[in-house]
Design a protein around this ligand. Sequence first.
Ligand code: MG
Length: 459
Amino acid sequence: MNIERKFFGTNGIRGIPGKDLTLEFIVEMSQSIGTYFGQGQILIGYDGRFSSPLISKAVSAGIMASGLDVMDAKLTPTPGLQYSVKKLGYRGGVMITASHNPPQYNGIKVVGMDGVEISREDEVEIERIYFEKAYRKADWKEIGICGKEDSVIRTYINGVLSQVDNDIIKKKALKVVLDPGNGAAAIAAPYALSSLGCKVLTINGHVDGDFPGRGPEPTPTTLSGLSNAVKFYNADVGIAYDGDGDRAVFCDEKGVIHWGDRTGALLVDYLLVKNPGALVVTTVSTSQIVDFVAERNRSKVLRTRVGSVDVSRAMIDHSALLGLEENGGFFYTTHMPTRDGLMTSALLLEALSYANKPLSELLEALPKYHQRKAKFECPNEIKKKVMEEIEKKSAGRVERIDGVKIWADENTWILLRPSGTEPLIRVFGESKHAEKLDELIERYSSITKESIEKIKRAG
Ligand code: MG
């Protein structure tokens, strides 16, 4: 479902403080968030960006002005805030973060009492309150107060550790290189993995709002430092997090960085053996390797639009156990149905400990697919017409969950999708046969370029 919202995007409200996110806007929007929650205490946390403490104070002011009390968790990874809202019994939470966006950005993410991001319908409701200026302005006697919540990191680490077999991991005493990328994961992950008996070495391990190490986005191209450190120290595994610690990307003992759908499929396989038949949720853009591992464990895969909130909400609606994204997002409902980089790490360490084999060998055993990506600039206002034009020229079985996904044969597909955040059409394909995939990418790249030109000329 694609519900029109003005401020809430794929993952909360994002923008540049002082420009898009002015203090006036933040306070009024937070009054609207407070009014939406109606009552109870709200937990507020933030990532390591320079603007985060300021925005957190403005959000607190807005919520207090609407008559609700807030508790300040201060610096925390996003999943730490989410888990603590649920575990400590808060009415809701607000996380100040722009995840993997460049340092000048920041954002506001709203979570419900279950710790999960609120639904798209609830985002529409908050925007309605904001636009109609229907937010509550508390009387002087009813203005909320602000207190401190000091137990968030402890609560979070204990929650993650309670989900895995500590003894078997401790026995292996794995050597792990962590790369939090100067993000908020640095204040939880090294301590959690140390208490699992791992020998932890950290790079880019101090929190810095400028993300000077390798930037806040972990991808195979930004993680050469991690790869080198894993090889240099003869580590068993390397783990990188995004800026707010909800995604984890892994590096095997040979220094090879893997995309999240491959390591995610490994985890799905491991967890489905223990829970055969459990439902798996993933997005349209994730590799069919997920279908392969699900099938061999007699499980089904449900596909959603691209976006972690879409995955979380589908998991709740369909009582799914597992969820994953190719960017390193992994969701484990027994803990909470939202992505969590530290939980993902602990599960992978458990899987490695049980298997008693190196990570590269476990990944090698999964089937191989070729993948290609491309992107084309396309003004936002013509995206819809361009997509219609592309669809007219498509041949094969078509799926329309998000953009257009065309199946050329049983295991060859191409996905053409307008970006939710940038003026781009993204093209993504996968196949068992490299040549077939190249040919398909080439054909649809020309169709996309021609369609953009045609609509531009017509407009
Ligand atoms: Mg993130």
